[in-house]
Design a protein around this ligand. Structure first.
Ligand code: SF4
Ligand code: SF4
Length: 439
């Protein structure tokens, strides 16, 4: 069996957040393999832990990917200040032809298109994907999972940074499907009586109220859980209803264009101009081509950092994108505007400033400690990232062992197999998840 089939059988998807199925990325003919080791969401430390603890497995996985795809050059993109992680990787690399590219500590260094621009100076065409310019991007934890896949080990566990208002902020090594509530228990419990959670990082993660944590099962792409007081400004800001955002856009957008000036996609040469989307939505007198919104990667810089008026260009883009996609709109102009990139060196946002702006300065900026945590049950989602949703392949009452396939897609699909992450009894099956309770 080849690596691509092994990766599919093991259910490997991008572990960095988007969750694109990895077997679909392993194509021949690329000129460069970029390993994304630039975890950039504030407060998250799962990838750094993986780099320190599993450098040999990561390098072995990288070499297998390079061999399977025939790619002639490999670069690991990571942050310059990750000294221990870089040392561990260099030792594991030895004399192998794998380069390490050291980045400044800025957000969003880990955005794959930003990372490609940093390393190569090339821009992925607007609306395109890296392979269009001959580049494959694989997250560093994904490389570890590829190595394990080559040994027949499926993805059943996940490293999750659990931080914020918990008694012991730490990284937890947990089965896929562990709920947010159990993750909080694993980190010593919530430190505030009423809280909300962010699944993922503070910039791109999704907010949930406390009651949702009980049933919020973590998927293979979820690397962070941030617990915040229920009335924390970040929760408050991101919970605003779209009607409120529309009304605010119409009344107070001053068209300063700071959202565009700071937009990382604009700064690599895309025609992503959120201020024009805001103008068009805010007034009928300046209608513009709203397809700019289709280029938004939802990084959050425009609304959580750039806008002086506290507006939400990202939410507006998501809203507009939804409407455009329903109409079947697609990006047709893939022109790259290199003039946008000239000011890019001065527009990188330091992590430390971002943390202060998000009012997260009370929480640890880095976590070293990791421990294994075994929850009493798991709720394993059938959707793991942007790929096709899997279909459950078990019934209620069935006993499963770790690694049994409980859901899946066909090999030709851009989706993944889903495996039982604990041994136990299946107690609930829906199109969206499978619940397993430990024996
Ligand atoms: S930064 Fe804010 S006020 Fe300025 S154009 Fe963008 S949305 Fe409008
Ligand atoms: S969220 Fe805002 S800053 Fe980020 S890509 Fe979209 S428009 Fe640009």
């Amino acid at each position: 069996m080849g690596l691509v089939e092994q990766v599919f059988d093991a259910g490997v998807i991008g572990a960095g957040g988007a969750g694109f199925p990895t077997h679909k990325k392993l194509v021949t003919g690329a000129k460069l393999l970029v390993i994304n080791a630039a975890e950039c969401e504030p407060l998250l430390a799962s990838d750094r832990y993986v780099m320190r603890e599993f450098p040999r497995e990561i390098v072995s996985g990288i070499k297998k990917i390079a061999q399977a795809t025939g790619v002639p050059r490999v670069v690991i993109g990571t942050k310059r200040h990750y000294a221990r992680e870089i040392a561990a990787l260099r030792e594991a690399i030895g004399t192998d032809a794998i380069e390490i590219f050291e980045l400044d500590s800025f957000y969003p260094a880990g955005d794959e298109q930003t990372l490609i621009f940093e390393i190569t100076g090339e821009t992925v065409p607007p609306g395109g994907i890296p392979i269009q310019i001959g580049i494959i991007v694989v997250n560093v934890t994904t490389a570890l999972n590829v190595e394990r896949a080559s040994q027949g080990i499926p993805v059943t566990r996940r490293f999750v940074t659990v931080t914020g208002e918990v008694a012991n902020p730490q990284i937890l090594d947990v089965p896929v499907g562990t709920t947010a509530a159990d993750l909080i228990q694993g980190a010593g419990g919530a430190a505030v009586p009423r809280y909300a959670v962010v699944r993922g990082g503070p910039m791109m993660g999704k907010q949930f109220q406390q009651q949702a944590a009980e049933t919020l099962g973590y998927n293979k792409a979820d690397g962070g859980l941030i617990v915040l007081p229920h009335d924390h400004p970040l929760i408050d800001f991101c919970s605003k209803p779209i009607d409120w955002i529309l009304a605010q856009t119409r009344s107070i957008c001053i068209q300063c264009s700071m959202c565009t000036e700071m937009c990382p996609r604009y700064l690599i040469g895309h025609q992503m101009r959120p201020h024009r989307v805001m103008r068009s939505v805010g007034t009928d007198t300046h209608p513009v081509d709203l397809t700019d919104a289709l280029l938004c990667c939802e990084c959050g810089i425009c609304e959580l950092y750039a806008c002086p008026m506290g507006l939400s260009p990202r939410r507006m883009n998501i809203y507009v994108k939804g409407m455009l996609r329903a109409e079947g709109a697609k990006v047709t102009d893939q022109t790259v505007h290199l003039g946008h990139t000239e000011s890019r060196p001065y527009r990188k946002i330091a992590q430390s400033r971002l943390i202060e702006r998000l009012k997260l300065g009370a929480y640890p900026t880095h976590i070293d400690e990791c421990r294994t945590f075994e929850p009493p049950k798991v709720i394993i989602p059938m959707r793991h990232g942007v790929g096709k949703q899997s279909t459950p392949r078990v019934a209620v009452g069935v006993q499963v062992q770790v690694g049994d396939v409980i859901g899946g897609v066909d090999f030709a699909d851009a989706g993944c197999l889903v495996h039982a992450s604990i041994a136990g009894k299946v107690t609930e099956v829906t199109p969206d998840y499978v619940r397993i309770e430990r024996n």
